[in-house]
Design a protein around this ligand. Structure first.
Ligand code: HMG
Ligand code: MG
Length: 309
């Protein structure tokens, strides 16, 4: 069997543009434009769109309108609308705010390194678990889906290389708290394909099957698509991506945009792998958002398919 024949027939794209993308913008996008962005992404066939964060508004002012945004999106929407619109929640205070608005899917976000835990969460590596534990327990008791990010899986701007064993240990602890999916963040985009395979194999060996794993690549060094292909060959079927390649993290030096959803869809389409995404509608959405932000999208596929931008 060739490698290509061994690829999955379908994958899930977990869209992070409205959260990971817009959290890093200099300016603040009006809440109405955020709601339209999210509705258009859902309409383009993306099954899950991470909408915003219930973090401290002083830490991420770009997403301080989270409550207003979620009430615009969830109120009056049919049934389990909150399931397809996950929100970042670091602690019980964030969970209370999310529950109040009918959110049904949260993502906690842990760090594989001490320095980033301090800078992003104001906690030590160990203390972060004490903050997450009651949050996850309560979220699960309330019937919410819980995803857990692990940041700095492939390198850290302050600590340099991050040992694979350290990532595996943090990942296992977050998974054991009760998260159903672990998303492996290459926060600063330094990972390469061989490293991806090595980390995924180590996580499998530690008892985490591919079905419990997702990959979250930033494209700082232009490796995100190659890394996604390596993960696909390994058997991963959930891929985080950001419409138009928006993204970054305000608390991680040198983090740039995420893997662009359009670039991922283009590759998957060429491989005959179904995503359910309407590429033309997605490109129109990212071109429109580039207009809102006042600068062209960094996605190569958006640039190629919308030459007028
Ligand atoms: P802290 O200052 O240690 O919080 O921040 P605290 O628990 O000491 O509480 C201090 C005050 O904040 C209290 O208010 C709390 O109520 C309030 P006071 O009693 O003084 O009036 N507070 C909150 N208010 C609103 N919402 C909340 C909340 N929590 C406490 N949730 C905290 C700790 C975690 C809150 C802070 O560090 C924080 O908000 N960090 C968020 C950083 C962030 O969002 N970073 C970007 C996302 S991560 C990322 O992008 C990486 C990812 O994409 C994956 C990858 O690429 O690797 C996911
Ligand atoms: Mg990210």
């Amino acid at each position: 069997m060739t490698v290509i024949e061994a690829l999955p027939a379908r994958v899930t794209i977990y869209e992070v543009g409205p959260r990971d993308g817009l959290q890093n913008e200099q300016g603040i996008v009006p809440v109405g434009a955020k709601a339209e962005f999210i509705r258009r992404l859902l309409a383009a066939g993306l099954p899950v769109v991470e909408a915003t964060s219930f973090v401290h508004p002083r830490w991420v002012p770009q997403l301080a309108d989270a409550a207003e945004l979620m009430s615009m999106l969830i109120e009056g929407a049919p049934g389990e609308a909150g399931k397809e619109l996950p929100v970042l929640v670091p602690n019980e205070r964030g969970l209370d705010r999310a529950l109040e608005l009918g959110c049904r899917h949260i993502a906690i976000f842990g760090s594989a390194t001490e320095t980033f835990a301090q800078r992003n969460l104001n906690r030590s590596l160990d203390e972060q678990f004490a903050m997450f534990e009651p949050t996850v327990v309560r979220a699960r008791d309330a019937g919410l889906d819980v995803r857990a990010y692990v940041s700095m899986c492939f390198g850290d701007p302050w600590e340099g290389d991050v040992p694979i064993d350290q990532v595996v240990e943090v990942g296992k602890r977050l998974h054991d708290l009760g998260a159903s999916q672990l998303s492996l963040g290459d926060t600063i985009g330094v990972g390469t394909a061989g490293h991806v395979r090595e980390l995924l194999t180590a996580l499998n060996d530690a008892g985490l099957p591919n079905e419990a794993l997702a990959v979250h690549f930033h494209d700082t060094y232009g490796q995100a698509l190659a890394n996604a292909f390596a993960a696909l060959q390994h058997g991963i079927t959930t891929f985080d991506a950001s419409a138009g390649g928006l993204g970054g993290c305000p608390y991680a030096e040198s983090a740039t945009g995420n893997l662009a959803t359009e670039d991922l869809v283009w590759m998957l389409r060429g491989l005959g792998i179904a995503t359910g995404v309407d590429l033309a509608a997605l490109v129109r959405t990212s071109s429109w958002m580039a207009g809102v932000l006042g600068r062209p999208s960094p996605s190569r596929v958006v640039a190629a398919l919308s030459p007028a931008q």
